[in-house]
Ligand binder design. Structure first.
Ligand code: GLA
Length: 342
């Protein structure tokens, strides 16, 4: 049976490096994403890619170690097959409009597109997101959180998602009519994200051993942490969680100038306390803040390169490599394309 599966990438408006500590995030889906077209049948999942070399050829029974599969992009496919355990194979083609390694969750979009094409239950976005999160962890060894997969699955057009990554609940916050999101690429591809990401997570866990759950800690409490590095990491997470709620309510009340200030404060925290920005990202944020119509900007996603997210008035003229602009897009979808159904 012919099918077309779509999974969007995301831009996170605020709340980075908080999801894996049970914190709060505020992402939205964008209009760039990954599409799989193909047909069900057979005992293999066989996918070609418009972007990556080689073919993913994964037996329906799965593989022992997805991280050992070649070519490397097929590791995500193998890990998702292992999680979804489909009854039916798939032969198809992967096409993506998302720049890879850019902080826009292209790997989550691939996982979610594969899961969607294999018939995962889109009516239970949380369960599918958890399966895809496990798949990414198995495929890469990176201890990622749930944000990217969950927003790709659960996004709703016109709203940003406030996700509580501890309770695993989602609140939809309507995006203001008189605002727009612009995503600018720094030109820096993230290379070392894996090890640096895992190190940041380990530092946050070490901080928790001192002050208890960062999710529940007060920013004042973390100032008592003796180790200066752990103190900075914990300060970022605790203050960022508060900024997520502040931004959600600022957007709901159309307080766009304040919303912009929160973005800028988040960038400073990711730069100084979490140390995941780069001079190029800092420069882009600094420059774009001065553009008339811009409320604020920050690095988005894991950092170490990738993209800057800008909150601005609609149609604001912004120079540089804009990869996407618009309002919150819808989440993953499956379409049957067999001729009998037109
Ligand atoms: C990556 C991970 C997410 C999240 C962000 C940082 O995108 O996949 O789970 O941790 O980094 O906020």
């Amino acid at each position: 049976m012919g099918l077309r599966a779509w999974a969007p990438g995301r831009v996170n408006l605020i709340g980075d490096h908080t999801d894996y500590m049970g914190g709060l995030v505020l992402p939205m889906a964008i209009g760039l994403g990954t599409e799989i077209t193909g047909d069900h049948g057979g005992n293999w999942v066989m996918l070609g890619s418009d972007r990556f070399e080689g073919v993913a050829e994964i037996p329906l029974a799965g593989v022992d170690d997805p991280a050992a599969v070649e070519p490397p992009w097929a590791r995500y496919v193998a890990a998702v097959v292992g999680e979804i355990t489909p009854d039916d194979g798939l032969v198809g083609m992967v096409q993506s409009t998302l720049p890879a390694g850019s902080g826009l969750a292209s790997s989550a979009a691939l996982q979610v597109a594969v899961a969607t094409a294999l018939g995962a239950d889109l009516g239970d976005p949380l369960a599918v997101a958890q399966a895809c999160q496990r798949a990414e962890q198995r495929a890469t060894g990176v201890p990622v959180g749930i944000m990217d997969q969950l927003v790709s699955l659960a996004a709703v057009e016109g709203s940003v998602l406030r996700i509580d990554c501890d309770a695993l609940t989602i609140d939809h916050v309507p995006f203001p009519e008189d605002a727009e999101i612009v995503v600018i690429h720094s030109g820096e591809h993230r290379e070392l994200t894996g090890s640096a990401y895992a190190m940041r997570r380990a530092e946050c866990e070490a901080a928790e051993a001192v002050v208890g759950r960062l999710r529940d800690a007060d920013p004042v409490d973390v100032e008592a942490i003796e180790d200066p590095v752990l103190r900075r990491r914990a300060r970022h997470v605790t203050t960022e969680n508060r900024r997520v709620d502040a931004l959600a309510s600022a957007l709901a009340k159309d307080q766009l100038a304040y919303a912009g200030e929160l973005l800028v404060a988040s960038h400073a925290s990711l730069r100084d306390d979490f140390e995941v920005s780069t001079p190029m990202l800092d420069q882009i944020v600094g420059t774009v803040r001065g553009v008339p119509g811009v409320y604020g900007a920050r690095v988005t996603g894991a950092g170490f390169g990738g993209c800057v997210v800008v909150l601005c008035k609609p149609k604001t003229r912004i120079g540089g490599p804009v990869v996407w602009r618009g309002r919150p897009a819808p989440g993953a979808a499956l379409q049957r394309t067999d001729q009998s159904q037109g």
